[in-house]
Ligand binder design. Structure first.
Ligand code: ATP
Length: 280
């Protein structure tokens, strides 16, 4: 399907996600602006991502932080194949997603990528169990109901299988979204502000589940967040500023993250590290 980009033989790649010099430019009016340098009127374009290069190992939990407008969501969307970068390549679990066409990308996303959004994005007319198994049905894959029930049990919803989303709390809805993201056993789960709409307790439960998906089940999670407490659940934090990588922090604590965020402006154009390789 996509161009293989594995350095080793079979089985899951040790590298879950790689971005090489990924750039994305928008027209101020809201459209893509084409390749950087090709845009006619530079004044009306926004460079949302500028040559972002990073590598995340399989089984890691990474938080992406930075000021509003720094490119966090754009990074997530490009990495997840929801947006096409204007330059650079994206490799997910050994497959170069930027090499495929739209149809290939759609199939790839359904099977290999999990999504958790701030607003849950559940279908209101489907039950908890049906929402959870929807990615499998859309991908025309066999639905393993015992496995789906097991996952829903793990996220604490074993007794809510027949409920509709509007019969659930926000935290419970987000747990359905996590179950839905886990059901295809994806290469990477992308979460965009997954706790943004939740109370403190529900937020902690959701973060603990994402942490468990990584620590116990070996999944790879990339999470955009504004919250230093949420970021402290991750193995590492990547900081973005003005569409560029502006540093990283391993084994983040709440205080260390807050401190780095407070001084992020100082680091934006610092010579620093233009690339991020987790664990290095
Ligand atoms: N569809 C679009 N059309 C035009 N400009 C866009 C589009 N999406 C994002 N941008 C611009 O690209 C830049 C990065 O936006 P992005 O949403 O990635 O930032 P963010 O860090 O996720 O912000 P926030 O924390 O506020 O959600 C911003 O200047 C934004 O205005």
């Amino acid at each position: 399907m996509f161009r293989r980009n594995r350095e080793r033989g079979h089985g899951p790649s040790a590298e879950a996600l790689r971005l090489v010099k990924v750039g994305k430019v928008y027209r101020a009016g809201g459209q893509d602006a084409g390749k950087p340098g090709e845009a006619g009127d530079r004044e009306s374009t926004v460079t949302a991502l500028h040559d972002v290069t990073l590598s995340l190992p399989t089984g890691s939990f990474t938080a992406v932080m930075g000021p509003s407008g720094s490119g966090k969501s754009t990074l997530l969307q490009c990495a997840a194949g929801l947006e096409r970068p204007d330059s650079g390549i994206v490799v997910v679990d050994g497959e170069e997603v930027t090499a495929g066409d739209e149809a290939q990308l759609a199939v790839f996303r359904r099977l290999r990528i999990g999504f958790v959004f701030q607003q849950y994005n559940l279908l209101p007319t489907l039950t908890v169990l049906e929402n959870t198994t929807l990615p499998l049905r859309l991908a025309r894959r066999r639905v393993n109901l015992p496995r789906a029930r097991e996952i829903l049990g793990q996220v604490g919803l074993g007794d809510r299988l027949g409920h509709l989303p509007d019969q659930l709390s926000g935290g419970q809805r987000q747990r359905v979204a996590i179950a839905r993201a886990l059901v295809t056993e994806p290469s990477v789960i992308f979460a965009d502000e997954p706790t943004g709409a939740l109370d403190l307790r529900s937020a902690r439960e959701v973060l603990a589940l994402l942490r468990e998906a990584v620590s116990r089940h070996g999944r790879t999670v990339v999470m955009v967040t504004h919250d230093p407490v949420a970021a402290s659940y991750a193995d590492a934090v990547l900081f973005l500023a003005d569409g560029r990588l502006a540093g990283s922090l391993a084994a983040p604590t709440v205080d260390a993250v807050a401190e780095r965020l407070a001084h992020l402006g100082d680091e934006v154009y610092a010579a620093g590290r233009p690339e991020f390789r987790a664990g290095v």
